[in-house]
Design a protein around this ligand. Structure first.
Ligand code: NAD
Length: 272
């Protein structure tokens, strides 16, 4: 049964790439709502363990475990799901969040840089979604825990809709997430699986540190944000917690843009 003020108690969530940034904030937020969380990391074991430690100090939080794995590799994804199910018996929420950029002018982009980004940002999410849906269907409904069979939250970007010169591999990967997410909704909603995306705008993390590290960089970033502030990881974590919970039960096949209005094309304001 759900405890008061805990939207996710009795549930288990996998968040990939959660030793830092948006993934870390989501792991902490979901755990505070009572979910057990599986913190996946690629290389920074110490940071992942710090996230688990922080969760263990939160009163009423779910249990956290740490699992290493390269989310662009099928065997590592399979191991992540097996470890989760061995420990917590099943899985309720899957957030394939791990992602990277390898930027280059398109005419200079190497096949290796193209493949690295597509393999993690798109194929990695395909693998996680497939394993999550398999587990949701194996386990069956648990109405005492959630009204849905399972919830997937794909980590997209405003660049699933805004083209991004110099980042063709990244924009293509996130554009792919848009139709992967909608197709999964169309295919599995009748089984009560919910599949949605969060599309962050500019959120202060390691992925874009070079941009917000200087005052000049921050001012330039804000030119693209009508709300006039750079996003924080907690802005995303709050939406993820809500999307994972029954409060958003009837939302399916949707991308939620959490971007301070970036997708409203501020460059056109007062322009013609
Ligand atoms: P981040 O660099 O802190 O997070 C990315 C995480 O992915 C890191 O923890 C990293 O270790 C992990 N990772 C990298 N390669 C991996 C691999 N092969 N296997 C497993 N994990 C791997 O940056 P972030 O901003 O928190 O990014 C999280 C997600 O949010 C990404 O999918 C990114 O595309 C998306 N996003 C971020 C922003 C932003 O402004 N920060 C905007 C839009 C979308």
């Amino acid at each position: 049964m759900q405890k008061e003020n805990q939207k996710l108690s009795g549930q288990t969530s996998i968040i990939t790439g959660s030793s830092s940034g948006i993934g870390k904030a989501m792991a902490i937020a979901l755990a505070k709502e009572g979910s057990n969380v599986v913190i996946n990391y690629h290389s920074s074991k110490e940071e992942a363990e710090e996230v688990a430690q922080k969760i263990s100090e939160e009163k009423g939080a779910g249990e956290a475990i740490v699992v290493k794995g390269d989310m662009s590799k099928e065997d590592d994804v399979l191991n992540l799901f097996k470890t989760t199910i061995d420990k917590f018996e099943t899985l309720d929420v899957c957030i394939p969040n791990a992602g990277m950029q390898k930027d280059a002018a398109f005419h200079e982009m190497t096949l290796d840089d193209w493949n690295a980004v597509i393999n993690l940002n798109l194929t990695g999410q395909f693998l996680c979604c497939r394993e999550a849906i398999k587990e949701f269907m194996r386990r069956g409904m648990r109405p005492e825990v959630s009204k849905s069979l399972g919830k997937i939250i794909n980590m997209s970007s405003v660049h699933d809709i805004i083209p991004w010169a110099g980042h063709a591999n990244y924009a293509a990967s996130k554009g792919g997430i848009q139709l992967l997410m909608k197709t999964l909704c169309q295919e599995y909603a009748h089984k009560k699986v919910r599949v949605n995306s969060i599309a962050p705008g500019a959120i202060k993390t390691d992925i874009n540190k070079d941009n917000w590290d200087t005052k000049e960089g921050r001012e330039k970033m804000k030119e693209t944000i009508p709300y006039d502030r750079i996003g924080e990881t907690e802005d995303i974590a709050r939406v993820a917690t809500w999307l994972a919970s029954d409060e958003s039960e009837y939302i399916n096949g949707t991308t939620i843009y959490v971007d301070g209005g970036m997708t409203c094309y501020p460059g056109f304001k007062g322009n013609g």
